[in-house]
Design a protein around this ligand. Sequence first.
Ligand SMILES: Nc1ncnc2c1ncn2[C@@H]1O[C@H](COP(=O)(O)OP(=O)(O)OP(=O)(O)O)[C@@H](O)[C@H]1O
Length: 953
Amino acid sequence: MTEFAIGQRWLSETETELGLGIVVNLDYRLVTVFYPACEEERTYAKANAPLSRMTFAAGDRIQTQAGDALIVSAVEQVDQLLIYQAAPEDDPAALRPVPESQLGYQVELSAVTDRLFSKQLDSNNWFNLRVAALHARTQAEQSPVLGLRGPRIDLIGHQLWIAHEVANRFAPRVLLADEVGLGKTIEAGLILHQQLHTHRASRVLIVVPQPLVHQWFVEMVRRFNLHFSIFDRERLEALQPDESVRDMFARLLEEEHSGVASTPENPFLSEQLILCSTEFLAHCNMDQLASAEWDLLVVDEAHHLSWSEDAPSDAYQRVARLAAAARGLLLLTATPEQLGVESHFARLHLLDPDRFPTLEAFRSEQQDYQRIAALAGELVDNSIWSADLKARLQALLPDIAPEESRRAQILRELLDRSGTGRVLFRNTRKHVEGFPERHVEGIPLPFPEFYANGEPDDALHPESGFNDDRWCAEDPRVSWLAEFLRRDRSRKVLVICARKETAIDLHAWCGYKLGMNVAVFHEDMDLISRDRAAAYFADPEDGAQALICSEIGSEGRNFQFAHHLVLLDLPRNPDLLEQRIGRLDRIGQTQDIQIHVPYFSDHPQEVLFQWYDQGMQAFTRTNPAGTQILAGSREQLDAALASPKDTTLRAALVEDTRTLAQQLQRQLEAGRDRLLELSSHQPEQAAALIAHLADADAAPPSDFMDSAFERFGVEVEEHSEHAIILKPGPHMIEPFPHLPEEGITVTAHRPTALSRDDLQFLTWEHPMVQGAIELVLSEDRGKASVALLRNPKVKPGTLLIEAFYTVECSAPRALQASRFLPGTIIRSLLDAQGRDLSQAISFPGLSQQCHKMEKPLARKIVDSQQALLEKLLANDQQRVNAQAEEIIQAALATMRTHQDGERNRLVQLQQKNPAIRQEEIDFLDRQTDALRQHLAEARCQLAAVRVIVAAAS
Ligand SMILES: Nc1ncnc2c1ncn2[C@@H]1O[C@H](COP(=O)(O)OP(=O)(O)OP(=O)(O)O)[C@@H](O)[C@H]1O
């Protein structure tokens, strides 16, 4: 085993871009190396750490942490550490000792020329593969859809736009509030994927209601290749074994001895990606959870976080603790105002407490907001602006000339400065087209005498007066349901009722007494039983015909394969009704949705049905003003529910609700919705993203991977038109990244990936492809090669050198220095006189004419031409260094312009709108300083070289 010592300098063989590391910790099995260039730490098993010791010999050039360049004249070893005697090149007498721990972190690797001149030559195929990997890495960094290419999703504009807009922010804090079923989970997944892929985030916590835990887990793996660890009580207990009495004494003695109290390991630090339920939060140690350094916190179904000034709910307070500690926050809800404006405010407050400090300020701003939103609508609708419109605009934005040519800028400013533009995204079916229609059928039934014997919790649920399933025999809704199911056994039917007891009784009755094929789903079932029930219902062949769900049990679930929805009762809240219909009315629904509502005549159930149906058409279309309608008609509704036989009261309720709904609808159309729409979806930019992704789909990694499979001995078998099976081959020397022993089937074709969950979607962002790129680039093979050129037009014996250089910057990943200096490749093609022919002869064109040269001949050529090659390469390095310097200077200039622009915008905004936290500006300043330093230190290095000799034809 290698002997490591603290202070030694080592280089990661697999991640050379980390720069020179320093050993900072050792135990008997592990070694921890800190990489100052990227401020990252890695811990390796000592036995197989992929590390090379960095040592220098007399004559080598070294650089100290202070940036002094020195020439080594002697080396000595003291306690396993090296001390170099070194002096500046122009003052050899000024010798001084430089312990290796004081070396800088930049490394000059001469591995390529070393390999060439030590004649470790590889075939053309290895060289080509290496160049392809270099290109793949740089192209990825330059892609405008970086982080969005990998997910297995349909390319849907509004989702991609939101993901792109949010994921590019530092530590995004937003409320994703698309209408139910429009893809908030997908949007959150895209944001996570991009943030993780670009290393803006590495630690993520997702909190969802218990019934959705498994669905999220599966969706994250299946669509985004993100493997979350589910944390529940059992897992936590297993991670925190009870301390034995002996251990406790040992710890106390230790504490007494050292005078320091030892803190137990935080179990939430054991995984990077954690998924847990809201219920789990209620019982876990919030101090530990909140201190687990989350980059991103995601909370689904956030409308449950109810809040009022004097009584914030426990769930709200717990999430608030996490939200304050996490850098980024995504709240998801389809019905942001379901619990009223107070809770809506409270959630915005979680996202940005500075921007939304008090409920009072929020309320008054809301009123202003409607005016501004209406103005935004006018700006969009009118190509020529009237003098009055311009005057109103000028009053709002005095610092911008109100000219039509500045329309885009003005709208952006309006969004930024007013309302919830930066933090709230809401798309509605109205402007995301392509959804099927919804139809409703009301089934009036007589109220059974039998119910007169019970004592129901409330009149809407007469069955609640019974504590077993006896009511099912007497309730005509049940006999209607049984008959409805019998009439056509091939259709899948989702049945929803408010109470879990109703669902349980109904299931027992239909299943055991009537022998029907039904499944049940409610909040008291454990996760496994619930998922089993959902899967049983989803099974198209042998599955259940109906799934009977309670209200909460079905929330957030995907049942769009069914087209029939039976509502056995109706909720009082329009948002809840929309949640119910949203189980079927979701992206992916292929047919019109048939909603069936059995209800009792002259009963509160009929009142509710008519209120929804005739008053606000809530069954057949989504109603964004549901909460306001409820607020505006509550008294009338209560009165009509209390006297269901009073048809006059009912007719007035329906009529007044209709007027109110139309009025609210008009109001929404006129103003507020427009501003939110504008900030939630930019169709032109979304179309550009889709086009970029379509281009990316048209250039999949197939060719690159085929060569990698061949080089590394992975066996490839045909599977079907667009899919192949990959297996470890018999000659495979080392494991291939993400290739399991039993093999996998992959496709690079998006439509196939979408229709076949069992296939992996192989894009440039798939972990296997990323792993293959890293593997190839960490290999020495392919760095130096000698090839035979067959081209009748080239004189035999002509010598060419093809060299690929990379311009790269080692910087902490979170800085995203590649935005300004994406990994860049410089190619040279030199003739024996040192002329560069790279512009005239392309790499692919030349590669086609390059053929294998036998090793002995290749070695002989390198031997005989070494002096010339050394000279040509040294001169070339100087030439490309100058070119690289220009690239680096240009990157610095772009960075400065960008950062200055961002800063100015934030400062300006801060004066007009408290939306901008000072913290954000300070962060930007620190980021600019760090970027300046790291970009200036970018290096140009030779990454691969090929010597080409023309053959006699
Ligand atoms: N881009 C997409 N590609 C493929 N499927 C999608 C896409 N967007 C959404 N879906 C599917 O549509 C359904 C609804 O999406 P999702 O669950 O993300 O919606 P939601 O807005 O979170 O719903 P809810 O409001 O019920 O929580 C899911 O089955 C999802 O897999």
